[in-house]
Design a binder for this molecule. Sequence first.
Ligand SMILES: [Zn+2]
Length: 109
Amino acid sequence: MEKKTNRKCEYETVVNGLNHEKYTEIFDTDRKEKENGFKWCLHCNRAYLIGNFRYNKHDLDETVAMLCPYDDCDGDYWMDGWGWSDIAHSNDYPSIPETGKIYSLYPEK
Ligand SMILES: [Zn+2]
């Protein structure tokens, strides 16, 4: 019989964590991304500063999952975090997005 393990989840939100162990242990992120300043989440359509993310503190010996920093979102930092500059450019959004504001990918005009 398969044993069910209850994986504990306790999330830690990291702000400005470009030098955080969870960030640097993945690999050296491309510098271009850092220069863009912000990322945009495909799941919740909100923007956040590069280096802000969440991770499960009990994930230590597994592949590190880094999540969107908004705690009601389970978007992935790497897969779902798109460069803000591209989104902003195609939609006439400001170069510095507002925290928590929803910027849809295809806004109604
Ligand atoms: Zn998100």
